[in-house]
Design a protein around this ligand. Sequence first.
Ligand code: 1BN
Ligand code: ZN
Length: 321
Amino acid sequence: MVPPLTLTVQAAYAPAFDGSLAFTHLTAQCSFGARPPGSDNLSLCRNYIAGCLTSYGWHVTFQNFTYIDVGCTNVICRWGPSENASLVLGAHYDTRPRADQDSKPENRMKPIIGANDGASGVAVLIEFANALPEAVRQSVELVFFDAEDSGGINGWQWIVGSTYYVEQLSAERKNTIRAMILLDMVGGAGLRLLRETTSIKSLQDTVWSIAQELGYGETFLNENGAPIIDDHKPFLDSGIPSLDIIEHDPFPWYWHTLEDTPDKCNATSLDVVGEVVETFVVQYAGKPTTFSPDTTLLPYAAAAIVLLIISVAAFSRVRRR
Ligand code: 1BN
Ligand code: ZN
């Protein structure tokens, strides 16, 4: 007798992330005003982030450093005191000291509120810390970077806080981090996320396919955008597979202007990104998955090396004659 066919249907994971709660974290940060490095407003914002995370049970540490005489602080959050999370999720919490892209010249020396550029990524991470099932929290380290967005002003570089964070990682710790995901400018109304092209493709493909499965293909577009220098770069440079989730190519029209205010953002965009990242973490936490660097260029690199060897050999033979 043919045994009856049994189908086991695994229930899809239902993310707990709440975009409306995330939006309250976005407006709360903006209520402190512009938040450039070293400012009192940024200290208030830092204490707000630390207060939220502590209330959800996370261990919070401040990583202090000085850059061009300004005191800066990365905020590092772990589930338990040990440093063994395999995923790092990051966002910058500082805002640009000058609205240098503003259409009005008289605004260009003023600091921005950074509702999207700064507060949106932080808002998602705060609600993520609340929504993530406790069983997988020890797999994740949440890092709020200082000093990302002052590049080109008063001699400052971009991505100063994330660069310092990676410099401080021991070789052993670097080996335990399997992936890093950065959230930057993820709160704009009508969010359109292109694929940032320095990110590791296998990690990006995994996140993008989760977005498709959740029905968010109109936000996570299957289209390549430009390469961006952002807080994932120091991780990439040190060999950690990393992904930047950022609205770019084009940046929203109000990028680095005084118009980057909460009315340009909404709970829906935060919710879509939060649900996708939560689902990714639940699926991949505890699994031995590794995200290898891209191999698509390897055949070209190999061909170039062979050509080089042949030309050197031919050249030295001609010289010997
Ligand atoms: C992202 C948000 N960035 C700045 N604000 C990174 C960046 C650096 C984008 C340089 C364009 C140029
Ligand atoms: Zn910026």
